[in-house]
Ligand binder design. Sequence first.
Ligand SMILES: [Fe+2]
Length: 317
Amino acid sequence: MESGYQRLDVSEHRRCRCSKMQKFVWLTGFLLALALHVVVVPSSSTWLLAVYYASVGFVVVWTILLYLMEKADVPDLTPIECIVPEKIWCRGYLVNISGASCYSRTTIIHLNDGSYCVHSPCPLDDICEQFFHGRTVSYLLAPGDWHHFHIAAWAQRFQTAKVLICPGVEKKQPLLNHNGFIHDYIASAGNDDALSKEFEAVFSAGFDLMHEVVMYHKVTRHLLLVDLVEHIGDDYVGYNRCLRLFWCLFGMWNQGKPAPEYQFGVGKKDEVRRFMREILEGDWKIEGIILSHGNNLLHVTNEESKEFLRGAWKAML
Ligand SMILES: [Fe+2]
């Protein structure tokens, strides 16, 4: 099988389209500016001129914002794609943060005991229901403190599943009943537990603004990252212009790099370096990297994976 970057399966992709509300606000501002122009030009009233310039300014700014924030015309949820036969599946779902939108990724792992683990759950819909019909979901994971938004709905639907979280999620979702932090649970659950038998995990220590639990699936030798590497560029679909602008400004376009919150939120450099070296120099043999945002790196050697990670993290090492 060919190695390299794997795109999300988005069957239909047409370029951006504004919402009706965005068009309505733009048209209202435009018509107001036009009407004032007709009234103001022959007049010398100061306050009318002020309103006129404010309306023109609004139309200009709103036009720029509409252009940048226009959502890519792609499905909100992508099909469920098989990544490793019988073992790992992924699915993309659109997220929007401060006007920048792109896909986030849910990963489903088939454990050796026959049950399933859901990592970074997407909105629960009929396709998820069909996939899990007759299957047992035994673990629901919120692996990052920005990747927990849909876990409560899944916990409600799959009530026997253990809910494990990244530190920080308990503060953001105080009403969520959970069974502990992912890395602590895996370290302590022992050999009778399906998740701890198949995974190793490490917490991203040393950062101030964003956190996650990095997971390594020993069975398939795949690494699951949330925001520690995002890999979005020319061959990616689903982003809008606002995201592209930010990614270009941060030097992240076509480059695998940590999310801006990681880049600008290094609190304790020593801890960050120790944590990254633990992944790069430890005994994990990584032959595939699944990212929450961007194109996965699949069917690669351990050396290629580590080189990719070293390149992404070089500013922090
Ligand atoms: Fe994220």
